[in-house]
Write a protein that binds this ligand. Sequence first.
Ligand code: AMP
Ligand code: MG
Length: 348
Amino acid sequence: MRAKLFRMPPDRPTEEDIQQAGDIIRQGGLVAFPTETVYGLGGNALDPEASEKIYAAKGRPSDNPLIVHIARMSDLEKIAGSIPSEARLLAQRYWPGPLTMIFPKTDIVPYATTGGLDTVAVRFPSHPVASALILAAGGFVAAPSANLSGRPSPTRAAHVIEDLGDRIDAIIDGGDADIGLESTIVDFSSEVPAVLRPGYISLEDLKALIPSVRMDPGLIPEQSGIRPKAPGMKYRHYAPKGSLTVVEGEKEQVIAAINRLTKEAEEAGKSCAVLCASETAAFYRGRVYTLGSRQKEEEIAASLFAVLRQLDEDGIEVIYSEAFSDGSIGPAIMNRLLKAAGHRVLQV
Ligand code: AMP
Ligand code: MG
């Protein structure tokens, strides 16, 4: 099966195509679609068979729950059992947008969608194509990132075609994703609200509205004995085929170390690459992939996944990357980069 391809401008969803794509989901099929974070792989969240198809298409472990996407505030109560006032505050400020919240689930949400959990993750995306499709599909669309499990999340339709082009019913091409990193996930299903996955909306942003929110201890590197609460955060993810190491330290030392290491690897006959910011790109030897400017961390976030895919396409075997921990998206970028590196970090 080859996926049907719909193309439309991100800000003006084509009505007829949206209806067709919505019908595919209503009838139990799968449609990949653009959101402001990354491309999602959508199926009817209230149909257990559709969720099973999503797991199968991605090769995703079935204990890794799916996020349910809505496009009307009034639909939240239908799937979330109790909604604390703090969650309503966040919804008021950040929905529609790149924020996912976890609540106890109601009976209409099948366990197939929640990976067997009694909680449900809910997101209300802001992308006009995503909202139009969710409404056309009946209001509740389960949508993990539209990549094969383990690969970098897709930020453009070409990435989806590469991974899932012959495994799903349709793909809506609405251009490049704006943010390029998956949503921030906040858990409201236990006593203290916790960030289970860092994203574009930072912990500080959240604290400004709900001071009690904290980082899930399972995500803090120094507490590596604790299991992350989001099942998906424990899996190896995003890793390129080559071996990736993140080099951390003072700028000059990082540049010197990376140049020495790539030289050694090249002498050993390996194809090498450097991932860096535009400010330092000119200081490296060999093959350089520039993620964007440190002055505009949004650029770095938006290009990271596409560059990780490019490394594979270019057959790179050894990769050294600068660290990108600064600014408000820094923790989210580093979370993805460190996973891609299998937490291989060199301090210089
Ligand atoms: P993806 O849809 O590929 O962006 O991945 C969704 C992430 O949300 C995974 O890390 C899941 O484990 C996590 N997630 C979804 N639902 C829940 C839930 N009910 N409780 C905890 N984590 C969840
Ligand atoms: Mg994913």
